[in-house]
Design a protein around this ligand. Structure first.
Ligand code: ADP
Ligand code: ASP
Ligand code: MG
Length: 430
C-alpha cells in the first residue's frame, strides 16, 4: 500500500516537534513511501519580511532578519545533533546561497526574487527532518522538489507542467523501504529556476506527488484532528466532519476554509485517492476523510469566513449597461493583478466585487479603471459563506447585523457584513 504523508510548519516548529514527528513516522505501519514537508514554524513569513528588507534600503534590518532565521535553524540543529554537525554545515551553506541570491536578484522582478528567497524555507526544514529520520533509523532519502515539480515561470503562483512532473516523479528510484522526503511549496522551471506554488501550497505539492505515484492514500498531519464545519479557532462550537466528498471539500476550501489549499483536491480526485486529515498532536483521534463518497460534510451547514474584505461598486462613467464585454474588461484587470473576486454581484448599471485587502495589487487596478469607470469602495468588511444553509440559521446570523451584499443559491449563501458588527469568536446557531 502506497501512503504519502504531508507535515505542515506547526508540526516541525522546533526540535521537540521534529522528534515527535520522527516517533510518529517510526510508529506507522506500513511506512509512507514519501513525505512532503513545509518550512519550520513561521519561517515563510520571516522570509517574506527578509525579502522586503533585502529590496529596501536598510541593510542593518536585512542582516538582523537573516541572522534570526539562521539562529532559529542552527539552534534546532544543535539541539538535535549537537554542536558542529554536518546538518549545521548544510544549513549554513543554504543560508549563504540565500544571501548571495539577494545580492544577485535585488533589481530582478519582485515575483522572481520572491521565489528565490521564500522557497528556501522548505530546503532548510527538510535538511533537518531528513537527517533526524536517518538518525532514528528510518532510512530516508532527501529529494530536491526542484527536480520533481516542473512548472511554468509564473512566479509566486506557478502552473504545473503535469507531463514533465509525472515523468520526473515516475523516474524516481527507491532502495528497499527507504522513505522519500521532499519539500512542499516549491518547484522549478524546465530551465531550473526555483518557483513557488502560492502560500499554503505544500498541500498541493503532496497531492501532485500522490497522483504521480498513484498512491493509495494521502495523509495530512495537522494541528486539528480533521476538517470541521467551520474554523475551530473562530467558531466556538465548530464540529468535526467524519467524511465529505472531493466536490464539497473543494467548495469549502475555495470559499475560504483555510485548512487545505483548494488546488489539492483535483489531482486526488483524478485518481480517486482518499485524503485523510489527522492530528499530529492526537494521532489516535478519529480523522476526517475526503474521498469519492459523500458524507455528513456534504449535507450539514458549514461556515467560511474571509476577513479584511473590500467592496468595490463599479459603474461605467457613460452610463452603459454592464454587459458581458464590460464585465470581461473589468474582470480581466482583476485576474491580471492576481485578485480573486470572493463575491460577484451584477446589476444593470453596476458590478459589485468583493476582494481581499491587498493594497499593492488593488491600487494599480483602480488606477487603470479610473479613466472609464467610477468606483466606490468600502473597507473593513467580513464575508461569511455558508454551505448548505437553512433559512432559520441565516436569519439568526443576520439579526442585528448590516448586510451590505448577499447572494444565495441552492447550496451556498454569502453575506457581506461590517467587521465592526462581527464577533471575534462566532457561535453557530442551533
Ligand atoms: P498546515 O500548516 O499543516 O498546512 P494549516 O495551519 O494550514 O496547517 O491548517 C490548520 C489550521 O486550519 C487549523 O489550525 C485551523 O485553525 C484552520 N482551519 C480553518 N478552517 C478549518 C476547518 N474548516 N477545519 C479545520 N481547521 C480549519
Ligand atoms: N511554507 C509555505 C507557506 O507557509 C507553504 C506551506 O506551508 O504550505 O505558505
Ligand atoms: Mg496550510
Amino acid at each position: 500500500m502506497t501512503r504519502i504523508f504531508k507535515f505542515g510548519g506547526a508540526s516541525i516548529r522546533d526540535a521537540d516537534a521534529i522528534r515527535h514527528l520522527g516517533d510518529l513516522i517510526a510508529g506507522e505501519a506500513p511506512k509512507p513511501q514519501a513525505i512532503v514537508v513545509s518550512a519550520m514554524g513561521n519561517t515563510t513569513n520571516a522570509l517574506e519580511a527578509l525579502l522586503g528588507s533585502a529590496r529596501g534600503d536598510d541593510p542593518a534590518d536585512y542582516r538582523q532578519r537573516l541572522a534570526a532565521i539562521r539562529d532559529d535553524h542552527l539552534a534546532v540543529a544543535e539541539a538535535m545533533f549537537g554542536p558542529g554537525s554536518s546538518v549545521a554545515d548544510e544549513l549554513a551553506q543554504r543560508l549563504a546561497e540565500l544571501d548571495a541570491a539577494h545580492r544577485a536578484h535585488r533589481q530582478a522582478p519582485y515575483p522572481f526574487h520572491y521565489d528565490q528567497t521564500v522557497g528556501m524555507g522548505e530546503l532548510l526544514s527538510t535538511a533537518l527532518v531528513a537527517a533526524w529520520l536517518n538518525e532514528i533509523g528510518v532510512a530516508t532519502r532527501w529529494c530536491d522538489a526542484r527536480t520533481l515539480i516542473i512548472t511554468d515561470d509564473r512566479h509566486q503562483a506557478a502552473n504545473i507542467d503535469w507531463a514533465a512532473t509525472q515523468e520526473r516523479i515516475a523516474s524516481l528510484t527507491q532502495a528497499g523501504d527507504e522513505v522519500l522526503l521532499t519539500q512542499g511549496f516549491i518547484g522549478a522551471t524546465a530551465g531550473g529556476a526555483m518557483t513557488t506554488l502560492g502560500r499554503e501550497g505544500s498541500d498541493f505539492s503532496a497531492a501532485i506527488l500522490a497522483e504521480a505515484l498513484d498512491a493509495d492514500e494521502l495523509t495530512f498531519w495537522k494541528d486539528v484532528p480533521g476538517l470541521y464545519n467551520a474554523d475551530p479557532r473562530r467558531f466556538a462550537n465548530a464540529r468535526q466532519m467524519a467524511q465529505l466528498s472531493y466536490e464539497e471539500a473543494l467548495e469549502q476550501t475555495w470559499h475560504g476554509a483555510k485548512v487545505i489549499h483548494p488546488r489539492t483536491l483535483a489531482p486526488l480526485q483524478r485518481r480517486g485517492i482518499p485524503l485523510t486529515v489527522r492530528s499530529f498532536l492526537e494521532p489516535d483521534a478519529p480523522p476526517s476523510i475526503i474521498g469519492p463518497e459523500p458524507g455528513e460534510g456534504d449535507r450539514q451547514p458549514a461556515f467560511m469566513l474571509r476577513d479584511d474584505q473590500v467592496l468595490l461598486d463599479i459603474s461605467i462613467r457613460d452610463g452603459s449597461f454592464v454587459d458581458e464585454a464590460l464585465m470581461a474588461e473589468v474582470l480581466t484587470r482583476f485576474a491580471e493583478a492576481g485578485l480573486h473576486a470572493n463575491l460577484l454581484d451584477v446589476e444593470a448599471l453596476r458590478l459589485r466585487l468583493v476582494v481581499d485587502h491587498r493594497p499593492e495589487r488593488l491600487a494599480p487596478v483602480l488606477e487603470a479603471l479610473d479613466e472609464r469607470f467610477s468606483v466606490a469602495r468600502q473597507d473593513d468588511l467580513v464575508l461569511l459563506t455558508v454551505r448548505h444553509p437553512v433559512d432559520a440559521l441565516l436569519a439568526h446570523l443576520d439579526a442585528d447585523r448590516t448586510r451590505l451584499v448577499e447572494r444565495c443559491n441552492a447550496t451556498t449563501a454569502q453575506r457581506l457584513y461590517l467587521a465592526a458588527e462581527c464577533p471575534d469568536t462566532w457561535q453557530i446557531p442551533d
